[in-house]
Design a protein around this ligand. Structure first.
Ligand SMILES: O=P(O)(O)OC[C@H]1O[C@](O)(COP(=O)(O)O)[C@@H](O)[C@@H]1O
Ligand SMILES: [Mg+2]
Ligand SMILES: [Mg+2]
Length: 342
């Protein structure tokens, strides 16, 4: 047993240590945020182990119910939702929860309330669960002044009011990516320690990218700027190389690759779904917050995504997010089509 190596492992930057360091920068902090993040991390570890043994544990397939989105819920959608609702309420640091899998906002019992609102997608990429392709969990964190009178309206804040956001990807390795407003950091789960260790410090997305990510199956219903942008990816001007298409169909996995490699992920509006598919509060906002914190951009086709103010907790919005220059190009195409009166 190499005791020295083991001893050295004690100075690894775990996520708890990292968040505690972050918190120590705020004189008024009492550790509430660290406790909240620890409960989210606990939920992710639980879901990760469930996902890894899903086939064995017979938790693949449908749960038999339909959620507020009209989607057939997978067993892991329901299990993940229960895990996070319980973990977040038992943290004693939340007052309101919004989950993709629950129609109404969950108001935490007064005795267990804290100042944070958590919006979350307990299991993202549900269509990929049964074939073992990467899936994830997405979350955003807001604060509220008066927890005593908290109501669903308190969750309908712009994305720019988020105090933190992140996701956990259940893939070949389990990766937790977090921003508390000072850049983006990635942590990998060390199964032998059961700890998330800092492996991707201060993630910065490349300014340009060689990859575009979109469900081309919707192409015939796209608007002109989207069609033009994708056309340009495939048939670029003289001297530029065509981009590669990568589409996993799990937002967490497609955005994680985009964050690390650069490029663009988009779920645009189309004639079939004029507001796109992805949900503002617990998909679009957290990923847009992370993208901006990493030096990228997030655009709806009309405005900066984080400036949106949702009217309902399950609102959807078109979204283009990724490398700074790629989003600039999309913005120009939308401005052009607006000038042409489209
Ligand atoms: O199959 P489509 O239409 O391309 O949609 C894929 C998108 O839908 C989602 O699966 C929606 O998320 P959920 O799985 O959480 O419902 C995203 O992860 C993904 O980006
Ligand atoms: Mg999702
Ligand atoms: Mg989901």
């Amino acid at each position: 047993m190499d005791h020295q190596a083991d001893a050295n492992r004690t100075d690894l930057m775990t996520i708890t240590r990292f968040v505690l360091n972050e918190q120590s920068k705020y004189a008024e902090s009492r550790g509430d945020f660290t406790i909240l993040i620890n409960h989210i991390v606990l939920g992710c570890k639980f879901v990760c182990s469930s996902v890894n043994k899903a086939g064995l544990a017979k938790i693949l397939g449908l749960a038999g119910d339909t959620n507020v989105q009209g989607e057939e819920q997978k067993k892991l959608d329901v299990i993940s939702n229960e895990v996070f609702v319980k973990a977040l309420i038992s943290s004693g640091r939340t007052c309101l929860l919004v989950s993709e899998e629950v129609e109404d906002a969950i108001i935490v019992p007064p005795a267990q309330r804290g100042k944070y609102i958590v919006v979350f997608d307990p299991l993202d990429g549900s269509s990929n669960i049964d074939c073992g392709v990467s899936i994830g969990t997405i979350f955003g964190i807001y604060t509220v002044k008066d927890t005593a009178e908290v109501s669903v309206e308190d969750a309908l804040q712009p994305g720019s009011s988020l105090v933190a956001a992140g996701y956990c990807m259940y893939g070949s390795s389990c990766t937790f990516v977090l921003s508390t407003g000072n850049g983006v950091n990635g942590f990998t789960l060390d199964p032998s320690l059961g700890e998330f260790i800092l492996t991707h410090p201060n993630i910065k997305i490349p300014k340009k990218g060689k990859i575009y990510s979109v469900n081309e199956g919707n192409a015939k219903n796209w608007d002109e700027p989207t069609a033009k942008y994708v056309e340009n990816c495939k048939f670029p001007q003289e001297g530029s190389a065509p981009k590669s298409l990568r589409y996993i169909g799990s937002m967490v996995a497609d955005v994680h690759r985009t964050l690390l490699y650069g490029g663009i992920f988009m779920y645009p509006a189309d004639k079939k779904s004029p507001n796109g598919k992805l949900r503002v509060l617990y998909e679009v906002f957290p990923m847009s917050y992370l993208m901006e914190q990493a030096g990228g951009q997030a655009f709806t086709g009309k405005q900066r995504a984080l400036d949106l103010v949702p009217k309902k907790i399950h609102d959807r919005s078109p979204i283009f997010l990724g490398s700074y220059d790629e989003i600039e190009h999309i913005k120009e195409l939308y401005a052009e089509s607006k000038e042409n009166g489209a």
